[in-house]
Ligand binder design. Structure first.
Ligand SMILES: [Zn+2]
Length: 1089
């Protein structure tokens, strides 16, 4: 029998590293054979087809409007599109090399001269109708192709950027755009050890602290200041220095200048859920003035009220002392590492098996000068798999590690600088937003760090609102914060910002009523109705369906809601469209009436059929004019009308890695999702079903519309109370969290790098423009990149994501994150800077695609080969003396462990009886979750909790939170006289040993002896004992850190849940999977071949 967990030797293509291509041609020492050449060539042809179609079928989606038109940038559609067709090139592109000719498949997505921030052209439904038929191969979904590529490229081809939308059959998941980002460890980077550990919304790095923006410029001191000729002064409207602090609509404080050139305010964008006071404990007062505000002595003013300081500014360009970013900012290549000698260690994993740190793993810190690094983006928001970027694709190919970014762009932040300015300063060539990593040639000119164009500093930008000093462009908040939000002026809108629109679509078939979910959901809605993000424009509506579709008129003035039934599901129409989506404020009482009566209305129903497809069509029609969020609750397989599905799961094949249905059985849901995307509608799917519901097909409705999927298997209001609790908690978060509407996101990177594959829930509108009808703070994204042009002349590269969205208050805003990383020339440096969590997260995304496009076993092989290939590369190229054993660089010491954990993760495991929908859901999560949660579900954290103490505890809001060490996931670490808590992300399991101390049993569990622990226990009693307080504080703290609600199970030896607990013991052997040590031996054998 073949070894579980081990790829068949000589298997075909395996590696996941598409972009790294090179080596694995036949004859290479690696196990991945010559791979998919056939596929590659077919891809190329597809791409060609695609390219030719693009211009024709897509023009309406290409941003029609240019912000600040400048020659060379205006027709930016070209560089945004996936296909680097020559007819799409803009003049500005030329210098960067013709992407097209040389690599037919290469994504044009050059970071450099790229397009300006996309205007969501399709926002105006009238103006840019999204023809539903246009989503054809090629035309519409460029990105999918990319996805395929990932896996393919084991060859030397340059990253084929994948432009080629192979959209082969829309039915495959591969286009899935799912993602992850974030990271589990960032936390400590920004928090002193011993102090606070990761919070749900940890404070941003120091650069985000109130005082940061006032800090010294990245380099050099302030420019010499000279008095200016008075006459130059007069025309300038220098803002009055008087501040007024006001609380604005969003509930945060802003400090405005009276004057008006611009307004800068520090917004405290509070997470909507969780206790807002959390931030206080970590030192942020709310609202707080940055020290700069507090300490600045009131400027003496002239009679005119103009601050004296503003009189002193340099006239014209002059020598500017900012040290150029670059060599001076890089520590000598190895010297930075000398601070962490551990980092240089080479480890023999066969000898040092316990490499798991006892505290959360921290992301590596890029080897940058501290002046730059302190301005860098928080890795929670923006992270790269390689913190040292290889200078050529050849070098990247050698390393055999995937290059990509993981993003959590809309994460709730405790501190977020928000700038309102009449001018948003951007590169005139590539439209990059000015950021901390640009260089100022002098006071009047700055050089773009992405395309290197020299730009003028606009007049308004010369004034620093924080210091109230003129002539300090380099101290502006935009240049001092890697994460910042702009209030967008009107050029960023094609239509007035849309109102928040919420439509709820409820399954009310017999099966649905039987689960009792409607009660919970309606009650949650009633409880949170006033907390829905929005304003006086907020609209709400409801649709229910079984074999027919029911609408509810909530017109103001009615004495009660009116139900309208449409039984023609073949050709759905909307009765009285104007009264079905109503203003929440004006019709609140009717809405409340409806929510109170809805659960009772169908209690006697005998209707078992489900016309989900037609109901979704109706909901889409209703929302088309405005866009908004559609929340769909479904409890079974749809059986009637369009989108009806058939059962496909064969239980006896569940454990096999082959022949399982991971691809959609119809493209109906995907097509409808793309229609939704075109009208700025996102669909969130809540699946509450005990039976197979074909999530592989249904999930497409959310995947392509930028929605989310929630899954509550076996939901039942009586039989499964913990699911009820979970749904309630998660709904509360869902209903009240921040939301952005009609959003688009673009990621740019320094010239020479190229982004080619996107993971996450969205639709790729053009090359690199992600269409996000809704954006939520709990979604993560990932992208893969390649080095398209040598970076030998570059010491630093930057990545910038810009998310343009409409807030629930109707403001158009742009959230920008910029990450800066060093470029290196040796393989050793590449390995030293590897971020193993980000690599594992990206590989997981790639493996989901691979599972769908090829097979689960292929994906598993590819994961294993990713480890073998990179460690082989390290051994043969970077390791000087060939020792025996399994030698790994310190940075990758956990790589085999994390990959083994992925193989045992629900998405990729074999040999278990995992239900198909559960596996699909796990895959959805891989794609859509920020990295930090993905890592937790993959490699759970295990703690001993029967002896919690205050040693090393952190304090939050007067609560003391114990911080027990993290243990290896092996039964060796368990003992029968203890109690152990496993945090697996969405579930917490507390295993209590048979001989657990009496103290823990009575003081924490509240039972006299072991035998009295209830068979089913999902809550800890709150006892008046320090042990109870500590345990509950710890568990609550873990829960507070995530947007979903992990259920707690207390597990005794004989409990049925024990198998789940043991299943997560990644290092142990199971019936179907290798132990960690066996896995290491296998890797070693392959590496040393
Ligand atoms: Zn530029």
């Amino acid at each position: 029998m073949s070894q579980p967990g081990i790829p068949a030797s000589g298997g075909a293509s395996t590696g996941l590293q598409a972009q790294n291509g090179a080596a694995s041609a036949s004859g290479s020492p690696y196990t991945n054979g010559p791979v998919q050449n056939a596929l590659m060539s077919s891809q190329v042809s597809v791409s060609q087809g695609y390219n030719s179609q693009l211009p024709g079928s897509y023009p309406h989606l290409i941003p029609a409007k240019t912000l600040n038109p400048v020659s060379g940038q205006s027709n930016s559609g070209g560089s945004q599109t996936v296909s680097p067709l020559s007819n799409y090139q803009r003049p500005g592109q030329a210098p960067y090399g013709p992407p097209v000719a040389s690599h037919p498949g290469t994504p044009s997505l050059r970071s450099g001269p790229s397009p300006q921030m996309p205007l969501p052209t399709s926002q105006n439904p009238a103006a840019t109708p999204m023809p539903s038929g246009s989503f054809l191969p090629g035309a519409s979904v460029p990105s999918p192709s990319n996805w395929q590529y990932n896996y393919l490229s084991q060859t030397n081809h340059c990253p084929r950027a994948s432009s080629q939308p192979t959209m082969t059959g829309n039915t495959n998941l591969m286009s899935p755009q799912y993602v992850s980002s974030g990271d589990s460890s960032l936390q400590n980077n920004f928090i002193k050890s011993g102090s606070a550990l990761p919070l749900a919304n940890p404070p941003l790095p120091t650069t985000f602290q109130p005082g940061a923006p006032l800090g010294p410029p990245p380099t050099g001191g302030p420019p010499p200041v000279r008095a200016l000729a008075p006459q130059k002064l007069t025309p300038r409207t220098v803002p009055q220095p008087s501040f007024n602090s006001t609380s604005n609509q969003e509930g945060f404080w802003s400090y405005k200048f009276n004057g008006s050139m611009f307004t800068l305010f520090l917004a405290t964008s509070q997470p909507t859920n969780k206790n807002p006071t959390m931030s206080r404990s970590v030192g942020y007062s709310y609202p707080s003035l940055p020290p700069g505000y507090q300490n600045t002595t009131p400027p003496s003013t002239t009679g005119t009220g103009i601050p004296l300081s503003s009189l002193n500014y340099p006239s014209g360009p002059q020598a500017f002392t900012q040290t150029p970013l670059g060599a001076n900012h890089l520590t000598a290549s190895m010297s930075g590492l000398s601070l962490h000698p551990e980092g240089l260690r080479v480890i023999n994993l066969l000898q040092e098996r316990n490499m798991l740190p006892s505290t959360p793993l921290q992301p590596p810190v890029p080897n940058l000068h501290e002046d730059i690094q302190k301005l860098n983006c928080n890795p929670e928001l923006f992270r790269c798999t390689l913190t040292s970027i290889p200078q050529t694709q050849a070098l990247l190919n050698k390393a055999k590690l995937p290059l990509g970014l993981l993003l959590h762009p809309f994460k709730d932040l405790v501190q977020l600088p928000v700038v309102t300015s009449s001018t948003i300063v951007r590169c005139r060539s590539c439209r990059t937003y000015i950021n901390p990593f640009v260089s100022f040639l002098d006071q009047r000119r700055w050089k773009c760090n992405l395309c290197y164009r020299v730009n003028d500093v606009p007049e308004e930008f010369m004034y620093n609102p924080l210091t109230r000093v003129y002539g300090e462009p380099h101290r502006r908040p935009e240049v001092q914060n890697a994460t910042i939000e702009f209030m967008a002026p009107s050029e960023y809108m094609l239509r007035p910002p849309q109102p928040p629109v919420y439509l709820f679509v409820f399954d009310v078939s017999h099966n649905a009523i039987e689960t009792g979910y409607l009660n919970s959901v309606c009650q949650s809605l009633l409880d949170n109705l006033d907390l829905l993000p929005g304003n006086t424009r907020t609209k709400i509506g409801f649709i229910t369906f079984d074999s027919t579709i029911h609408f509810y008129s909530l017109q103001e003035g009615l004495s009660q809601p009116q139900m309208l039934i449409v039984s023609d599901i073949e050709d759905v129409f909307i009765p009285m469209p104007e009264n079905l989506l109503v203003n929440l404020n004006e019709s609140k009482e009717l809405v409340q009436d409806l929510l109170k009566t809805l659960p009772q209305m169908f209690t006697k129903t005998l209707e078992t059929q489900s016309a989900l497809g037609p109901a979704l069509q109706a909901a889409f029609k209703l929302m088309s004019p405005t866009g908004g969020r559609m929340s769909v609750f479904q409890t079974q397989l749809p059986t009637l009308g369009v989108g009806a599905l058939k059962p496909r799961e064969e239980p006896n094949q569940r454990s096999s890695a082959k022949e399982i249905h991971l691809t959609p059985s119809t493209d109906f849901y995907k097509k409808l999702a793309l229609d939704c995307s075109g009208q700025q509608v996102a669909v969130d799917l809540f699946l509450l079903s005990g039976q197979y519901s074909d999530l592989a097909s249904l999930g497409c409705i959310s995947r392509y519309s930028a929605g989310s999927v929630y899954y509550y298997p076996s939901y039942h209001h009586q039989h499964n109370p913990v699911q009820v609790q979970k749904l309630q908690k998660e709904l509360q978060r869902y209903l009240t969290r921040k939301i952005g509407f009609e959003a688009v996101m673009r990621i740019r990177c320094t010239k020479g790098l190229s982004i080619h594959t996107f993971h996450g829930n969205f639709f790729v509108r053009s090359t690199d423009l992600l269409s996000l009808p809704n954006v939520n703070p709990d979604a993560g994204y990932a992208v893969q990149m390649s080095v398209e042009e040598s970076l030998t002349d570059t010491q630093l590269v930057s990545f910038q994501s810009a998310l343009l969205y409409t807030s629930s208050k109707g403001e158009r805003r742009i959230r920008v994150h910029t990450l800066c990383l060093p470029v290196v020339s040796t393989l050793n440096e590449v390995f030293l800077g590897a971020d193993v969590q980000a690599i594992s997260g990206l590989l997981a995304n790639m493996a989901v695609d691979r599972s769908v496009t090829a097979s689960l076993s292929d994906a598993r092989d590819a994961l294993v080969n990713a480890v073998i290939d990179s460690l082989s590369a390290y051994r043969s190229s970077a390791l000087s003396n060939q020792q025996s054993g399994l030698m790994v660089p310190f940075s990758l010491r956990l790589f085999p462990l994390f990959v083994l954990a992925l193989l045992k993760q629900k998405s990729f495991q074999t040999g278990t009886n995992a239900r198909l929908d559960e596996r699909i859901f796990a895959m959805c999560q891989v794609k859509n979750q920020p990295l930090v949660y993905l890592m937790l579900t993959t490699h759970p954290s295990l703690y001993r909790v029967d002896n919690l103490s205050d040693e090393g505890a952190i304090s939050i809001n007067d609560r003391t939170i114990p911080q027990p060490p993290i243990l290896q996931l092996s039964v060796e670490k368990l003992s029968r006289d203890g109690a152990f808590l496993m945090d697996a992300g969405s579930v917490l399991m507390l295993w209590v040993g048979r001989n657990c101390g009496q103290n823990f049993l009575s003081q924490v569990l509240g039972v006299e002896n072991y035998a009295l622990i209830p068979q089913t226990m999902t809550d800890l009693p709150e006892l008046d004992t320090p042990e109870s307080a500590r345990t509950i504080a710890f568990i609550s703290w873990l829960r507070e850190q995530r947007p979903f609600y992990p259920i707690l199970y207390v597990i005794r030896d004989e409990s049925p849940m024990k198998a789940n607990f043991l299943q997560n013991m990644v290092e142990d052997r199971t019936e179907s999977a290798l132990s960690y040590y066996e896995f290491l031996l296998h890797i070693q054998q392959q590496v040393n071949k």
